[in-house]
Design a protein around this ligand. Structure first.
Ligand SMILES: Cc1cc2nc3c(=O)[nH]c(=O)nc-3n(C[C@H](O)[C@H](O)[C@H](O)COP(=O)(O)O)c2cc1C
Length: 265
């Protein structure tokens, strides 16, 4: 295995950090790794917030589903899907007027722009994760930044066409840390040749056998199997419902509207 693959293999989510700040030269390298990530149309439809203020970290540790380790991370990065910057540039550069003059149809920010900016932001984030690992810096994604849209919008000063799609907690590995390599599903269950293969009951049972064996019995959910247990903990949990609500709220901005009269663009 080469060094890149070894770095990928070594990475695990880190939720306990050495109590030292990230060195500025390491931060520069992390940001360089983000910047060099592929980006649709070379438009860099994302922004990165560097959160080092203790109060902001304290708030995020609560608003992101009460995860206290967030407040203890020396550095938190929020990855924003950012379509605002380009549409601001279009506005100051009179793109609407250009469209009227040339007969080109102007369009405001819509779901396509959102999805491509989400792709950009996540690809940049993952470059940071791998670069961090190569520098002895551990990381953990926080998906709950998608919750509490109104609170996060105010806390982070987000304009309408910016959506916080991912957050990373970052910090050096503690000296006594022993990585836990977590199980993944075998290729046969998620890699298919040419066309999608929907798993049948037998394949699903085989795929989840190891997970099934790891579920505590009895458990606090009264779950009889891994599916019931995972649904209670994740898919059907309160944080998932809040994430749905929050994203729907944010999406109210992304309707496209009548682009020629849309005041926000
Ligand atoms: C999109 C995304 C969101 C995640 N959100 C959280 C989170 O809110 N809290 C947390 O502790 N871990 C979070 N994780 C980390 C996962 O739990 C972790 O990647 C998974 O359990 C596999 O473990 P590993 O990364 O150590 O291999 C998230 C990971 C991803 C990719």
């Amino acid at each position: 295995m080469n060094e890149t693959l070894k770095t990928i293999e070594r990475r695990t989510s880190l939720r306990r950090y050495k109590d030292v700040a990230i060195k500025e030269e390491d931060l520069e390298l992390l940001l360089y790794a983000a910047q060099r990530a592929p980006t649709a149309g070379n438009m860099m439809l994302y922004s990165i917030l560097l959160i080092r203020d203790q109060h902001t970290k304290d708030v995020l540790s609560k608003t992101c589903d009460n995860q206290p380790f967030i407040a203890k991370a020396p550095l938190v990065m929020v990855f924003l899907a950012d379509v605002q910057r380009w549409f601001d540039y279009y506005r100051v550069s009179e793109v609407k007027e250009f469209c009227l003059r040339t007969g080109l149809e102007f369009r405001g920010p819509n779901l396509g722009d959102l999805f491509i900016s989400v792709s950009d932001a996540l690809i940049a984030a993952q470059n940071v994760v791998i670069a961090a690992e190569s520098l002895g810096i551990g990381s953990c994604y926080i998906g709950d930044i998608m919750e509490n849209y109104e609170t996060h919008r105010e806390l982070l000063d987000l304009p309408e066409y910016v959506f916080p799609i991912a957050m990373l907690c970052l910090g050096y590995y503690p000296d006594d840390y022993k990585p836990i390599v977590r199980h993944r599903f075998e290729h046969q269950y998620f890699v298919f040749e040419e066309k999608y293969h929907r798993l049948n009951e037998e394949e699903l049972t085989a795929m989840f056998a190891q997970l099934e064996a790891s579920i505590p019995q009895p458990n606090k959910y009264g779950a009889e199997n891994a599916a019931q247990y995972t649904f209670a903990r994740k898919t059907g949990a309160a944080f998932s419902c809040e994430m749905d609500r929050s994203i729907r709220k944010a999406m109210e901005n992304w309707q496209g509207g009548n682009p020629l009269v849309d005041q926000h663009v």
